[in-house]
Ligand binder design. Structure first.
Ligand code: APR
Length: 167
C-alpha cells in the first residue's frame, strides 16, 4: 500500500475508484473530475448500470483516462457516526478491493472516499480505509499495489501517520 499526493485522473493504473453518488451520473469533487477526464462515453455506460447503492461498487471502462477501468462506489454521508456510516464506508473499500481481485487487477487507486462533500472525518476514514485494504490484501493475491491518492496535504499527512502501522 502506498500514498501519493495528486490527481487520481492522471494515474496509469488498472483501476481508479470514483467517489460517486447513487445516480452514477456524475457530480462535483473527484466524481466531476473523473467524468470530465474520461469523457462523455462514461456517463453513457453509467446510465446502463441503473445507479448504485451506498456501500456498493460498480465497474466501468476508463475511456479517455490513463486508467483502464473505474470502480464507482458510493460512500455514506457523515451524519454524526451513529447511522452505520462506519460499516457502509468499510463496505465501499471491501467491494472495490473484491472487484479488483475478481478482475485480477494489479494496481488500484482510491481517493479519500466520503471525506469531501460527504463530510466524513478524514482521520477515521483513513484509518478504516487502510485497515480494510490491509485485510483484503492478506486475503486476496490481487491487487498487488493499492494507492491512496490524496488530493490535499491534510489527507496525505493523515495517511502517512497511519500506513506504517500496516506495512
Ligand atoms: N483526485 C483525487 N482526489 C480528489 C480529486 C482528484 N482529482 N478531486 C477531489 N478529490 C478528493 C477530495 O479532496 C476528497 O478528499 O476526493 C475526496 C472525496 O471528496 P468528494 O469528491 O467530495 O467525494 P465525497 O465526499 O465521497 O462526496 C461524494 O460528491 O461529487 C459528488 O457526486 C459526488 O454526490 C457525490 C459526493
Amino acid at each position: 500500500m502506498e500514498i501519493i499526493l495528486g490527481d487520481i485522473t492522471k494515474l496509469k493504473v488498472d483501476a481508479i475508484v470514483n467517489a460517486a453518488n447513487t445516480s452514477l451520473l456524475g457530480g462535483s469533487g473527484v466524481d466531476g473530475a473523473i467524468h470530465r477526464a474520461a469523457g462523455s462515453e462514461l456517463v453513457d455506460e453509467c446510465r446502463s448500470l441503473a445507479g448504485c447503492k451506498v456501500g456498493d461498487a460498480k465497474l466501468t471502462k476508463g475511456y479517455r483516462l490513463p486508467a483502464r477501468f473505474i470502480i464507482h462506489t458510493v460512500g455514506p454521508v457523515w451524519r454524526g457516526g451513529s447511522h452505520g456510516e462506519q460499516e457502509l464506508l468499510a463496505q465501499c473499500y471491501r467491494k472495490c478491493m473484491q472487484i479488483a481481485a475478481d478482475k485480477e487487477f494489479d494496481t488500484l487507486a482510491f481517493p479519500c472516499i466520503s471525506t469531501g462533500i460527504y463530510r466524513y472525518p478524514k482521520d477515521i476514514a483513513a484509518k478504516l480505509a487502510v485497515k480494510i485494504c490491509s485485510e483484503q490484501l492478506q486475503k486476496n493475491g490481487r491487487p498487488q499495489r493499492v494507492i491512496f491518492c490524496c488530493y490535499d496535504q491534510e489527507n496525505y499527512e493523515i495517511y502517512e501517520k497511519i500506513l506504517p502501522e500496516y506495512t
